[in-house]
Design a protein around this ligand. Structure first.
Ligand code: OGA
Ligand code: MN
Length: 149
């Protein structure tokens, strides 16, 4: 679902990493803190993150993302009713948090340069680097998933 990118995983055990982790940890439930590493996604200006819901096998109830370098537009769209959508303008240095319905019941995507509008406002996309924080799946079924028989 992602095009025009490279990615890596970075530990957060150094000074800057620990400070960052301290800042994002309050966005997570106390019993399910973020993993002590960040997923780093480096998107080219024309790169996009297509609409998806993060796998419940690899990611728990909360996703937090810090956007760097270029502004970008994050779109959330309801799985149940695709007419129901909203967009967030992600300024460099901003943090977004996906949990609850935004985590499980809406897809999320980062618009590529040619589609990068926020309302009527054109948001030219340059290179964008995101630091993404996730927690582990809890082992319980996420909301809306029927129990296995
Ligand atoms: C992802 C993702 C969003 C972002 O990598 O799963 O949704 O902010 N990234 O780059
Ligand atoms: Mn995602």
């Amino acid at each position: 679902a992602i095009t025009g990118y490279r990615e890596t995983e970075r530990g957060l055990r150094g000074g800057a990493g620990r400070a960052l982790l301290l800042r994002v940890t309050p966005a997570f439930p106390p019993r399910c803190p973020p993993r002590p590493s960040a997923h780093v996604l480096d998107l080219l200006p024309g790169g996009r993150v297509g609409p998806h819901v993060d796998s419940v096998k690899f990611c728990g109830c909360t996703i937090a993302g810090v956007s760097l370098l270029s502004p970008s537009v994050l779109r959330l769209r309801s799985l149940q009713d695709p007419q129901d959508w909203l967009e967030l303008l992600l300024e460099p240095g901003s943090l977004y948090v996906l949990r609850g319905a935004a985590r499980y019941e809406f897809t999320h995507e980062i618009l590529p340069d040619e589609e990068s509008f926020f309302g009527g406002l054109r948001v030219p996309r340059g290179r964008r680097v995101a630091l993404i924080f996730r927690n582990d799946p809890s082992g319980e079924n996420p909301p809306k998933t029927p129990p296995r028989t």
